[in-house]
Design a binder for this molecule. Structure first.
Ligand code: 26Y
Length: 824
């Protein structure tokens, strides 16, 4: 087909082997005799990369030539994971690599396993950006990602004596997937001061002068689409001292160390990913990162537009920029600055273009995650930007005043500047005012932002500015790559792998839900995936688990709102219940493995206590011979994308149990169901839409509803807060020292018992425990369970990130796919 690759494929297995040998011997300058797994990984990657580069160049040329509108996805996080497997699958020819490597004496899995994850993100927001890039390329949309090339990604997590220890993630030793563009640089300015002058026509112009200068260097990463030649670009910026900055004067006069220090200060900007997820800290270096990245990206975009020689008014016809949360909000201010200070446009003309260009995606309603930057900090670092922010705010408030005369309280509430001490810039408000569309990431979340944090803005702009685009996941990585056998089984029934391009085709498998052979094979695949995870658990924790037990998984960043504490309290309750049983009763109990994984932000003390408690509970339970296989509790260290690819296909039940109204969407919930696991969850985020799609018989929902959360919290503070009696037994066991020194865990208990139970752990505990009893019983009926799992998978088509990206393209970006022409 013409959509297939125009680059010559490897000429069979021999062709592939020749390329590997050539790269080992020439590119790597090694001999095949001492080609180890890491060299084989390098050579295999280079062989596939060669294929990618040619399509990548052609795609970029095609897009430039067609002069089509592009979307730029600005994200401080891209949690890409590994690239080789993805490249082999998207290009095709993984089969050729498999047999070729085998002939050279390697197993392809071991070679894939050599790659270091590209872990340039914290969690959901960063992984969403990665899924979006995959869908944008696969759907042939002209799109670039812009981010930072952190030298250190998210830290590696080690568990030592039950505690999290952070280890730096230096990942760039060998990275064949990036291309430094030393010729693509942008000069970035910080600090300094602003002067005004009159130009010839008498207009005043602002000049931002002096200060420090740092250079941004582009590193490009090819993003291959699945079964299409389209290969998009992810451009990551790296900082280094501006060429004038390495002070030879200083150097020659013997101040070698201080001249090196200047250099290092510049390189610090892109050195490390901030490890906070949903927790704002207001650090100056983080603001520097944001401006550095945003300014480099905008100058790049504007430079590209100027080559087209079109009038500025056509800028929004060529360029759509999507802000992944408020982290890139300064882009709005920077584009306005470029237009008025550098290109000489009038304010209104410029502002009109700016607002047509930007869209803003909100990912959270948690107050502690909403970005605010102090006015004095911005004043010092970006003096001209602060002036422009004040002007944006002034014109905005004037327009509000016009429509709502005399409503001083409204003006105070919606002001971009918070009148606090010190004053703060509310980045979400700035993002709303500077964008033409604002979206949430699941229906409930999009409704909540309209009725709570952004209510006044709905009043001001009307409801049409606010919309919903429910998140999705790429089925290429999260089904085909993570679970190749299930993908193959599905293809054998749907007739092709086309479901990987149109996930709604999964509905065809519902026809086979009663087909005995199909069911048997499905069951075997799940079991094999559990065996694989059991091996991983053994290797990483030393704990032996029975693959026939019910695998109950909660893997995600550790956060109080995600309520891993509810899970571990429930697990303790299970243990106490088992301990109280007679041997006869125990024989009827459903064996279970409770699996936790996830990182805590290094400064998030409560999250670290949760990790500690999970590990201590595991240490006691796992060696209790009376309990044996009835319960194992494991904490898997260093949860990341490549581990998720092993864990996700192996779950029977996964936990998505946030306090209702707090989890914007969740995306791992989608991944687990797509892999034939069922969900225990609250009525929160995308769980609600998953239920609507797959049917309420196929999901285990529990707990209070979002609409009741406010009243319940109020009751905790002003009424009486009685703790669930079963939960009190759990607290007592902890306090009695059953799981080690109770001292460490008292804060977890008192947050619930004495400090208002903000996350409603006690309110939901009973319903949670009961639901797990229901789950145990349901699992004992394996046939019925299997029916639920197959039915659920068949109805998951909606949650493809392809559907999601098509919605953004139509409703927000107004862009069209651009396909390669048919070859002659
Ligand atoms: C301000 C800074 C500290 C900050 C850094 C990272 C704030 C937030 C974040 C990350 C947020 C995040 O990952 N949000 C998640 O986005 C997913 C994709 O939309 C959602 O599925 C998930 O519910 C939400 O928590």
């Amino acid at each position: 087909a013409w959509t297939k690759h125009q680059i010559k494929p490897f000429t069979g297995q021999d062709g592939f082997e020749n390329e590997v040998v050539r790269h080992v011997e020439t590119t790597l300058a090694r001999s095949m005799f001492n080609c180890d797994e890491s060299a084989a990984y390098a050579a295999t990657s280079l062989a596939f990369r060669d294929r990618l580069i040619l399509e990548w160049n052609k795609t970029q040329q095609r897009q430039t030539f067609a002069d089509s509108k592009r979307v730029y996805y600005l994200s401080l996080e891209f949690l890409m994971g590994r690239a080789l497997d993805n490249a082999m699958l998207n290009i095709g020819q993984k089969d050729v690599a498999k047999s070729g490597l085998s002939e050279l004496g390697f197993r392809i899995e071991d070679i894939i396993d050599q790659e270091h994850d590209a872990a340039l993100g914290n969690g959901g927001l960063g992984r969403l950006a990665a899924c979006f890039l995959d869908s944008l390329a696969s759907l042939n949309y002209p799109a670039w990602g812009y981010g930072l090339r952190y030298r250190y990604g998210i830290f590696k997590q080690e568990i030592i004596d039950g505690y999290q220890v952070e280890v730096p993630d230096y990942w760039l030793d060998f990275n064949p997937w990036e291309f430094p563009r030393h010729d693509v640089t942008v000069d970035i300015q910080f600090y300094g001061n602003v002067t005004k002058s009159q130009d010839d026509s008498g207009k005043t112009r602002a000049h931002w002068e002096g200060g420090d200068h740092v250079t941004a260097i582009a590193y490009d990463v090819p993003i291959p689409g699945y079964d299409t030649p389209s290969t998009n670009n992810l451009r990551l910026w790296s900082s280094k001292a501006a060429s004038g900055e390495f002070d030879f004067q200083k150097f020659n006069s013997g101040e070698y160390e201080s001249s090196v220090a200047d250099q290092q200060r510049a390189e610090t900007i892109s050195a490390v990913l901030y490890p906070n997820d949903n927790l704002e800290r207001g650090k100056e270096l983080r603001l520097k990162q944001q401006y550095f990245w945003v300014a480099a990206s905008l100058h790049d975009i504007v430079r590209r537009f100027k080559k087209s020689k079109r009038p500025w008014s056509e800028f929004p016809d060529q360029v759509a920029i999507q802000l992944n949360d408020t982290h890139p909000t300064l882009a709005i201010v920077e584009l306005q600055r470029i237009f008025i200070d550098i290109e000489g446009l009038a304010w209104d003309e410029a502002w009109n273009i700016v607002t047509q260009t930007f869209g803003y995606t909100n990912h959270t309603v948690l107050p502690e995650a909403l970005e605010k930057w102090s006015v004095p900090l911005i004043q010092n670092l970006l003096p001209r930007h602060l002036q422009i922010i004040y002007d944006i705010n002034l014109f905005f408030l004037q327009s509000v005043e016009k429509e709502h005369p005399g409503d001083r309280e409204l003006l105070g509430r919606v002001s971009i500047i918070e009148e606090s001490q010190p004053k703060m810039v509310r980045m979400a408000y700035l993002a709303i005012v500077g964008s033409h569309k604002v979206n949430g990431v699941a229906e409930l979340h999009s409704d909540l932002i309209k009725t709570t944090i952004f209510k006044d803005f709905v009043e001001i702009y009307g409801p049409d500015k606010f919309t919903n685009v429910t998140n999705g996941i790429t089925p290429r990585r999260w089904l085909h790559q993570a679970n190749p056998r299930l993908s193959e089984l599905i293809a054998s029934k749907t007739g092709s792998y086309n479901f990987l391009k149109d996930l709604t085709e999964l509905n065809k498998i519902e026809l086979y839900v009663n087909d005995a052979d199909f069911r048997k094979e499905w069951q075997e695949i799940k079991y094999a995936n559990k065996v694989r995870l059991a091996k991983h658990i053994k290797n990483s924790t030393g704990v032996t688990v029975n693959p026939a037990a019910l695998f109950d998984v909660q893997v995600k960043r550790i956060h109080e709102y995600k309520r891993q504490q509810l899970n571990i309290f429930g697990t303790i309750h299970r243990y106490l219940t088992l301990k109280a049983m007679s041997p006869e009763e125990r024989k009827k109990a459903q064996p279970r493995v409770t699996i936790f994984g996830g990182k805590a932000a290094p400064g998030y003390w409560m999250a670290k206590q949760i990790i500690h408690l999970v590990n201590n509970v595991g240490a006691v339970v796992n060696k209790d011979e009376e309990i044996g296989d009835l319960l194992k509790v494991v904490f898997l260290e260093d949860y990341n994308v490549s581990k998720a690819e092993i864990i996700t296909p192996a779950s029977d039940i996964s936990e998505h149990i946030s306090t209702a109204g707090t989890e914007a969407s969740g995306t791992s919930n989608m991944k687990f169901v797509l892999n034939g696991g069922l969900i225990v969850g609250t009525c929160d985020g995308a769980n609600i839409e998953i239920t609507r799609e797959i049917g309420e018989d196929n999901i285990f929902l529990f707990g209070n509803l979002a609409e009741d959360v406010e009243d319940l919290r109020h009751a905790h503070t002003y009424g009486s807060h009685s703790i669930d009696p079963d939960l009190n037994k759990v607290f007592k066991a902890i306090e009695d020292g059953v799981f080690g020194q109770p001292h460490d865990f008292l804060a977890l208990i008192s947050a619930v018992r004495d400090h208002g139970d903000y996350y409603l752990v006690s309110d939901d505990f009973h319903s949670y425990i009961e639901t797990h009893t229901v789950i145990d019983e349901a699992y004992k009926n394996q046939e019925q369970w299997l029916t639920k799992a197959i039915t659920a998978v068949s109805r998951m088509g909606f949650f493809s990130s392809d559907r999601c990206i098509n919605e953004y393209a139509e409703e927000i970006w107004n862009i069209e796919p651009l396909k390669a022409d048919k070859p002659e």
